[in-house]
Design a protein around this ligand. Sequence first.
Ligand code: GUN
Ligand code: ZN
Length: 425
Amino acid sequence: DHPRRWALRGDLLDFTAAPAWGDTTPAAVRFDPDHWLLIEDGRIVGRQAETPDDSWVRKDHAGQLVLPGFIDTHVHCPQLEVIASYGTELLDWLQRYTFPAERAFADPARSRAGAEVFLDALLASGTTAAVVFPTVHKVSAEALFESAAARGMRLITGKVLMDRHAPDGLRDDVAQAERDCIDLIDRYHGQGRLGYAVTVRFAPTSTPEQLAMAGALCRADASLYMQTHVAENRAEVAWVGELFPQARSYLDVYDAVGLLHPRAVLAHGIYLDDADRRVMVERGAQIAHCPSSNLFLGSGLFDWPGAPFAVSLASDVGGGTTLSLPRNMGDAYKVQALRGERLTAWAALHAATRGAAQALQLGHEIGGLSVGQVADLCVWDWAVGPVAQARDAVVRELHERVFAWMTLADERNLAACYVAGRPQR
Ligand code: GUN
Ligand code: ZN
């Protein structure tokens, strides 16, 4: 069994503030090369340059990069098997690939197996916490909660609400959905490291009555999360306009029923206007930016530097093509390059660690390597293979080194992954 008191040596990197857009200086960065983290009962209890005494079991990762475990703020458990499906944009992709795969999760055994494979894949990518979509089936949310609890992971999820514009076997109804949500909230919300998210798939798949029910759940308990999709694709935005002619915008459909609040996580947000951006700030809601999905589905280019609200980084698998957040950081850089902007390694890494944690109101627990935080952390090789090693050999300063790492790294770079101080692989 793993010791309850142990120490980890490596190059420690986390953040003390939000990096300014475009700033490659380490102003917001805390980099302590060749330092020790002291860990006791799953929490960080010290940081020091000196080798700890023999009362600490020592794990020596000298010369490797130690980061807080990544936080994926938007990802779909049942979509692992539709990743890399050819040839379509969002609405057609949902009909052809996604909905058929999600139907299989009505089977409890399939839901359980799917949750286990999914969470192990997250951990193998260096992601230790996530905000996850299961399916419409209550059992799919139960399976994720149970599997996350078994691994000690910080996980936020909730049964998907969808009562129209979805095929047979994937629709609920308002009354049964409300009962299922209340039961799941009672059993899992705030238990250990689990949190419940009221989960509206997106405006087109919920009736106005179901949206009102979801908003009422959020208003009744401010500790609940909310997750959904917004303004991802032009055809989707036009469809929402037809379905909700009285709404000022797509975002306004959610705002009108009380779904926007400081624990709301909305994926994409590519087609938001200035009024929407102000509403996001006023409500304290965040956007989960999903660059590999936005590129793969041809959805569009998110205006990150123009976002006055919190932006976190997300894989959106199976629309996204990898669970690896470093690979999504590489894609996020390319999205901004296409817009004539440049994403620093600091802004990218912050959005997957401290920034995401703070936006989820979990900054005290995760997203950093400070004393008192939970020891969710990953050890990474700075460079794997001759190409990355050649690059790493000539980098001159810290941002250049971390930027090359973020652009070239993937799950092969992951040397070790700890959840609440316990090794996961
Ligand atoms: N909008 C509604 N459902 C989905 C989904 O499953 N994936 C993505 N990317 N967008 C959506
Ligand atoms: Zn999604």
